[in-house]
Design a protein around this ligand. Structure first.
Ligand code: HGY
Ligand code: MN
Ligand code: MN
Length: 411
């Protein structure tokens, strides 16, 4: 058998996906393994165990990234396959996990075939890609690639009051490998699209050209708690109303701008959160994204100006904190072309597209040839326990990953 005929073993890959998906399993499907939780620890233990079973040299760095290295015939920087295994609270079993486990499947396929590549290979999972518990997202890969300071990340306090550093120690993944200046020879990430494009079009492989810009803000609004029945409307400083106005405005800005602009208010917490008390305090998040940095800045300016005026007119104090801010990223054309020609060479349909979601790959893009392979999400659903991708699509994507990696690691 020549290298060109090599194929991954889909049953083995699906078996690992389901076994990992059973950790933190939710009733009705999907799973919850929020970053640095006990579920995340159990998932980490399982996957790093698989890395060792496959003969990889496993290291854990100081932000908890786990890298399995497979030596090549030559020394030097590895071709890296990576993604994440932490999930949101209503996660599917594919988001992130597919990219890591497809990487392990590539390794096992090469082991079975007795193939040693010229350049070393590595498979990695990065800490806290989701950013749902500790902002920003892509935290581990950002530290790994020097885009975020280690101490800054370790000091982040999460939504339940613990710090990244404390929880890394608590789950035993405060590794010792220094991090921040690692350079790969190339980086490839396979991921479910998490949107509807491939599924609607019936296309099997998304050739990802880049990742859109991300802007996460937290607004804290302080008004005056008061009696719901006795307080005249013109005497209220209602933090809840201002939060509601900001949420509607975020939607209106995205609708008015059209194009790739999206806006999401995922969190609104009121205090004291009681039926007969005018809200004293509101804390909310706004997620704005666009493929165009200038338009993303415009959306931010419109929203922040509105929030300031809405708070002032209600006599409510407004504070805004940036939780995450990443400019759009463009992937190396040579890598994008390689994914496209490899997929077409295997007879599968492709289309070029941006990524609406953030990914670890975007942290590697400034430092080495990087690109992503998307496979379809049924009905475009993700961050939802109904997330699903056909095994046939997973096989197609993993075979493309295998041959892209072979190509990059052979010369
Ligand atoms: O938010 C994102 O785009 C990713 O899921 N972290
Ligand atoms: Mn993901
Ligand atoms: Mn995600």
């Amino acid at each position: 058998m020549t290298c060109r005929d090599l194929k991954i073993n889909i049953e083995r890959l699906m078996g690992r996906l389901r076994e990992l998906g059973a950790i933190g399993a939710l009733p009705g499907g999907g799973c919850c393994r929020l970053a640095l939780s006990d579920g995340d620890r159990r998932g980490r233990d399982l996957v790093s165990g698989w890395m060792r079973d496959l003969g990889l040299e496993v290291s854990v760095d100081r932000i908890g990234n786990v890298v399995g290295l497979r030596p090549g015939r030559e020394n030097g920087a590895p071709v890296m396959i990576g993604s994440h295994i932490d999930t949101v609270a209503t996660g599917g079993i594919y988001d992130g996990c597919l990219g890591v486990l497809a990487g392990l499947e590539v390794i096992e396929t090469l082991n079975d075939a007795g193939i040693v590549t010229a350049h070393p290979l590595a498979v990695a999972f990065f800490t806290n890609e989701e950013g749902a518990r500790f902002a920003p997202d892509m935290m581990g890969s950002a530290v790994h690639q020097g885009a975020l300071g280690l101490d800054t990340a370790l000091a982040v306090t999460g939504i339940d009051g613990t710090t990244v550093g404390d929880d890394l120690r608590r789950i035993g993944y405060d590794g010792s490998t220094e991090t921040g200046d690692f350079r790969a020879r190339a980086f490839v990430e396979m991921h479910v699209e998490q949107g509807p494009v491939l599924d609607v079009e019936g296309t099997r492989i998304g050739v990802v050209e880049g990742v859109q810009g991300i802007s996460w803000s937290e607004f804290t609004l302080n008004g005056v708690a008061n009696h719901a029945g006795t307080t005249p409307m013109n005497m209220r400083c209602d933090a809840g109303v201002v939060a509601a106005r900001i949420a509607i405005k975020a939607r209106d800005i995205a609708t008015a701008m059209g194009g790739d602009q999206v806006a999401t208010v995922g969190v609104i917490d009121l205090a004291p959160n009681l039926v007969n008390v005018v809200p004293q305090r509101a804390q909310m998040t706004v997620d704005l994204r666009n493929t165009d940095e200038a338009l993303l800045k415009l959306a931010e300016a419109r929203l922040f100006d509105f929030a300031r005026d809405a708070a002032a007119s209600e006599g409510v104090e407004l504070k805004r904190r940036t939780l995450a801010r990443f400019e759009p990223v463009v992937f190396a054309s040579g890598m994008v072309d390689l994914i496209e020609t490899t997929a077409r060479g295997q007879g599968v349909s492709t289309r070029r597209m941006p990524s609406g979601a953030g990914h670890d790959a975007q942290m590697f893009a400034p430092n080495c040839p990087t690109a992503m392979i998307f496979v379809p999400s049924r009905d475009g659903i993700s961050h939802n326990i109904k997330e699903f991708t056909e095994p046939g699509h997973i096989r197609a994507g993993a075979d493309v990953l295998l041959h892209v990696v072979l190509e990059k690691a052979s010369n």
